[in-house]
Design a protein around this ligand. Structure first.
Ligand code: MGD
Ligand code: MGD
Ligand code: SF4
Ligand code: MO
Length: 745
């Protein structure tokens, strides 16, 4: 029996856990009290994660789809050769652009698969790179690129020193934080109140977070009005921090003009928040000793996600909270992915437009919303083959059923996933990855948002089961067999150093290519860790970090007690090293906002998403201990229910302009009148038998994907779409039929 300190990469909180391993099996997980960030906090998803490793529905061998829709076990050689041959045929006949890559949420938490998915798309020269960011954080990426010069720059709330924390569209008591990694985030928020400060939660639902703090109900999809109204008030009442603006920002006048367009009475009417409350919130926020505004999915997955995020950042900047204690601070990553992405030419916006919809690229990716039309629209560059990595977009992307239908039109589709899902049940092959604890884990993204800077690189602690392989290895094998990656990886520290250092000198990049140097993902990261601000500089700096040291060290190494301040100029990528507030893009978005009417008489209620503590997007619904007691329910306010003759527990039909589903109603005043809250990712019908048995409707059958309805960032609009609900006593939710998985082993 042995114990190991590990990093939980299931969600963004990045908790430290202690795993007890016996006979190559994880028998127990408990919170790691010594972890610098989570300090003994963990949730059931992390603690019960080992159940996923031994889930009987997990596939442990390459699976090939049969004509009758069932799956049969095949060998790796056969599978990889066939996959490579068919991708190669698509490439030869129709060009690299005809092949796409879709990378889902867990792919982002797996550095190797992230590198290889982007690398594979890069080598193909395809624009068909669909990332989960386009159903999550595209407004962050677009706004950061304009304001800070780098999509990945993400100043985070310094909760531990804040006196006023405004949270919009976020439920950290359940989600444990997103785009900010704060371990026991609830305790940190309570700390604000204990110091005499305030936490205000703006949400259409009295959430688990709102219950504990001050709650301001808001109509879904209207935060942009509330925030715009706050900005307007701050300028009108001269509450802005002129010193900070003069020092840190350019283009303030442009922002003033945008704010002046927000009429406060209309802001109140649109948001359902009284004008006096908007004005008072603005004053209280601006005059608090410190604090910040933070917005997440409720604000991002909206029809004005980018303008909303712009207003959030601007509120922090005009009140002098950027780069200041208790405000929003720049993180201190030990692997500076911002610098690497910038140096590697990855950052950007609108360098090209998508083929069918003509929407701007974001960080080199195409929004998932475009996927069905890229498949169905003939012409040069039509999408014909897809490699899906850790994504269930037939459930999690907008208009999920249309996505699933479109996937069936592909000539060839391959998926890397531990399960047969709603999405990959249409794939020719499903290839089995190694999961957390079976592979090494590196906090590629979360370390960009740690409120307590720390470093960790967890080695695998149990042997991989069956014939599973690492995601990156699988993609690499496909690429090599296609002749796309001319060299195998060279697992060598020296190669890692040469391949990454040489491009820094003129002509070096060419030399790397001529010598055929191809470092493994781990060697690349190691090089950047060693040359980062906490690195060992190859022995020149004593006590500095490198891979061996991190892997040998049990648990995470604390790098600083708190976030740094006064580092703005070092952390910005804009030409003048100031925050750039003026951009035509934001003018246009403000113009669109004031011109758009949001009244939809046929769909007067507004639907929004409710996440649950024990599920993680669509991934963990197959673990009985996690989904116990859960179901898909449309929560509706008693007044709205009475007006429609709906009683608690009734079967109802929820209809939007884009689709219709049947679910169970829950009548509750936790949601504000005029809104409907629902859990997503039910109605699963893949090979996850427990998940399928729960039934329920698919939320994303109701969400739009036409560009005319969406934000400039291409972010899916999932919160605040118009719906109507009617009793449907004679209808039952469609029964799910699990896919047969033969001889999985
Ligand atoms: N209505 C609505 N829809 C939403 C949202 C919402 O709030 N409302 N939220 C959106 C957001 S924020 C996100 S991030 C997306 C998430 O949507 P997805 O990116 O589709 O993420 P998951 O649902 O977690 O599905 C991930 C898949 O990866 C598999 N997987 C897990 N670990 C691994 C691994 O290590 N390797 C491989 N190869 N596969 C793995 C799982 O089995 C699962 O099938 O959903 C979006 N969809
Ligand atoms: N337990 C659990 N944790 C998770 C996940 C999970 O599925 N389960 N998913 C992970 C992922 S991928 C992400 S991206 C993060 C998301 O992290 P969060 O954004 O904190 O999580 P959500 O629960 O989606 O919170 C969104 C909140 O916005 C509210 N809301 C909806 N529409 C609106 C609106 O128009 N305006 C306002 N003001 N509020 C609105 C909802 O009621 C909800 O409380 O969570 C991560 N953590
Ligand atoms: S909160 Fe997230 S990181 Fe922490 S234990 Fe739960 S799933 Fe893992
Ligand atoms: Mo997400």
């Amino acid at each position: 029996m042995s114990e190991h300190k590990v990093w939980c990469g299931v969600c963004e909180a990045g908790c430290g856990l202690v795993a007890t391993v016996e006979n190559g099996r994880v028998e127990k997980m408990r919170p790691d009290r010594s972890h610098p960030l989570s300090e003994g906090f963990a949730c059931p998803k992390g603690i019960l994660y080992p159940h996923v490793l031994r889930d009987p529905d997990r596939i442990l061998h390459p699976m090939q789809r049969q004509p009758d829709g069932s799956f049969r076990r095949v060998g790796w050689e056969e599978a990889l050769d066939d996959v490579a041959r068919r991708f190669r045929a698509a490439m030869d006949e129709h060009g690299g652009e005809s092949i796409g890559v879709a990378l889902g949420n867990p792919g982002g938490w797996n550095y190797g698969s992230f590198f290889l998915a982007f690398g594979f798309a890069g080598a193909l020269g395809t624009h068909h790179l669909f990332s989960a960011a386009s159903v999550d954080i595209n407004p962050y990426w677009v706004t950061a690129y304009h304001l800070f010069g780098n999509n990945l720059t993400n100043p985070i709330p310094d909760f531990d020193r804040a006196h006023f924390q405004l949270l919009l569209g976020a439920n950290p008591a359940v989600s444990h934080g997103s785009m900010v990694t704060a371990g026991n985030i609830r305790a940190r928020l309570r700390g604000i109140v204990e110091r005499g400060g305030r936490v205000v939660v703006v949400d259409p639902r009295r959430t688990e977070t709102a219950e504990q703090f001050e709650h301001v109900p808001v109509r879904p999809n209207s935060d942009v009005w509330l925030l715009g109204g706050m900005l307007r008030t701050i300028f009108d009442e001269r509450l802005e921090d002129r010193g900070a603006l003069a020092e840190q920002a350019s283009g303030v006048e442009a922002l003033r003009r945008i704010a002046a367009r927000i009429d406060l009475d209309r802001a109140a009417a649109e948001s359902g928040v009284p004008r006096a409350t908007i004005e008072q919130l603005a004053r209280d926020f601006a005059t608090a000793p410190s604090g910040s505004v933070y917005g997440r999915c409720g604000t991002s997955l909206s029809s004005h996600g980018t303008l909303t995020k712009y207003f959030i950042d601007c509120l922090n900047i005009v009140t002098g909270r950027l780069d200041r204690a208790g405000g929003i601070c720049f993180p201190r990553p030990f692997f500076d992915a911002e610098r690497v992405a910038h140096g590697g030419g990855m950052v950007g916006y609108d360098r090209w437009r998508t083929r069918v919809d003509g929407v701007p690229e974001v960080y080199g990716t195409t929004p998932q919303a475009c996927l069905p039309r890229e498949i169905s629209t003939p012409g040069k560059g039509q999408l014909r083959a897809l490699l899906a990595v850790a994504t269930n977009l037939g459930q999690t992307a907008p208009r999920s059923t249309e996505v699933a239908d479109a996937l069936q039109q592909l000539d060839f589709f391959v998926s890397l996933d531990p399960y047969i899902t709603d999405t990959n049940k249409h794939a020719a092959y499903v290839l089995p990855p190694r999961l957390l604890l079976e592979r090494d884990a590196f906090p590629l993204w979360s370390q960009l948002a740690y409120v307590v800077p720390n470093a960790d690189w967890t080695p695998p602690i149990v042997p991989p089961p069956g014939e599973t392989r690492e995601d990156w290895w699988i993609i690499d094998q496909i690429g090599q067999r296609m002749g796309l990656f001319p060299k195998p990886f060279q697992e060598s520290r020296l190669i890692g150093v040469l391949a990454n250092a040489l491009p820094l000198v003129p002509g070096g990049a060419k030399l790397v290519e001529r010598l055929g140097l191809r470092p493994s993902p781990a060697d690349t990261i190691d090089w950047f860790v060693r040359t980062g601000q906490d690195g060992d500089w190859f022995g020149l700096r004593r006590g500095g970090l490198n891979r061996e040291k991190l892997r040998r060290h049990e648990g995470a190494i604390k790098l600083a007690d708190r976030l740094e301040t006064g580092v703005l100029r070092r952390r910005l990528y804009t030409d003048d090293r100031r925050v750039q507030l003026a951009h035509a893009l934001f003018d246009r978005e403000a113009e669109k906002l004031v011109e758009r009417t949001t009244v939809d008489d046929e769909h007067p209620l507004r639907l929004f998403t409710i996440r649950e503590l024990r599920t993680m997007n669509s991934f963990l619904h197959n673990i009985p201990k996690l989904v116990h007691g859960y179901a898909c329910r449309a929560r509706i306010h008693p007044d709205d229910a009475a007006a429609r003759g709906i009683v608690d527990g009734a079967t109802v039909r929820v209809t939007s302009r884009w689709g219709s589903i049947v679910v169970e109603a829950k009548v509750t005043d936790e949601v504000m009148p005029g809104s409907v809250g629902m859990n997503p990712h039910y109605g699963q019908h893949g090979g996850r038998r427990v998940a399928a048995a729960i039934g329920g409707g698919r939320y994303n059958d109701l969400t739009p994907n036409e560009m005319a309805d969406l934000d400039v960032s291409g972010i899916a609009w999932m919160n605040g779409i118009g719906v109507e609900i009617a009793p449907a006593p004679d209808e039952a939710p469609a029964p799910a039929e699990p896919i047969a998985v033969g001889a999985s082993g």
